[in-house]
Design a protein around this ligand. Structure first.
Ligand code: SAH
Length: 253
């Protein structure tokens, strides 16, 4: 089963044992992967469920389509034990694509793109769809069962207000700040009990303003360091998420 191809679908595409594949998915399976009638692959619904499936060709007088037929549910668990949420200020150009792809590989469950004071870019509305597609492909490739949810781009203050409040008291929230003497993220992770969720926040190329750092701290975020070197805006989230994943998996929860 290890080397079977994976396809992420939306739960609403399933009807009984049959998965109604869209044109892009049909093209991917038949033309890109060159699977034929009866060939097996793994279908995942992005919400934790996976099935062994086989390709079925359906010919009508008007058109030929391919469907997936679910053969049996399979139980794979490659996910981290808790939700891992990344709040990232949008970097320049297409650099957020890389953040989405690689943070998906590292196990993130939610990604919140934010516009901060020093964000240079206002994304076009089509970006969200593109990022969701990248997350989907990265989840397939890294054999995850969950496709991260990417939120619409929001203002920094709106993102902070989502994580304010008593109900989230069991969330560990960290804001990464370069050039400072804050305690390291790793030390914090090792010292703390397993929380319900971990939230990591990283800034844009120009960094956070002092006002933004103070606002985060007032919302219950802990300012942390990722080391003495200054990491690029695309590197910082990956370093932070790698540390979280390593510590969570060491606990073997
Ligand atoms: N231009 C800024 C650095 C921005 S780096 C400066 O010179 O100070 C982009 C983001 O990556 C920062 O906002 C921070 O969230 C994160 N980051 C980079 N290096 C870091 C480090 N050593 N420790 C913690 N966070 C870091």
């Amino acid at each position: 089963m290890a080397n079977l191809q994976r396809l992420a679908i939306a739960p609403h595409q399933i009807e009984g044992q049959k998965v109604h594949l869209n044109l892009e998915q049909q093209h991917y399976l038949s033309r890109v992967l060159r699977l034929g009638e009866g060939d097996q692959f793994i279908v995942m619904d992005g919400q934790g469920n996976s099935w062994l499936a086989k390709l079925e060709a359906e010919e009508t007088s008007k058109k030929s389509t391919v469907n997936a037929i679910l053969e049996k549910e399979i139980f794979i668990q490659n996910e981290l034990p808790i939700d891992l949420i990344l709040i990232s200020a949008l970097p320049k150009g297409n650099n957020f694509d890389q953040i989405v792809r690689q943070s998906t590989e590292l196990g993130v469950t939610h990604i919140l793109p934010v516009i901060s004071s020093r964000t240079l870019l206002k994304p076009s509305p089509q970006k969200l769809q593109r990022w969701q597609k990248i997350a989907c492909e990265a989840a397939e490739q890294s054999e995850r069962q969950v496709v991260p949810i990417i939120r619409e781009t929001m203002e920094y203050s709106a993102a902070l207000s989502l994580f304010d409040g008593q109900t989230l008291s069991n969330y560990d929230k960290y804001t990464c700040v370069a050039r400072n003497d804050y305690p390291s993220l790793l030390e914090n992770l090792l010292d703390n009990q397993l929380p319900e969720s971990i939230v990591i926040m990283t800034g844009p190329e120009g960094g956070w303003t002092n006002v933004e750092i103070e606002a985060a701290i007032a919302t219950g975020f802990q300012a942390v360091s990722l080391g003495k070197r200054i990491l690029r805006a695309v590197t910082a989230p990956l370093v932070a998420l790698s540390l979280v994943a390593a510590v969570l998996e060491k606990r073997k929860v």
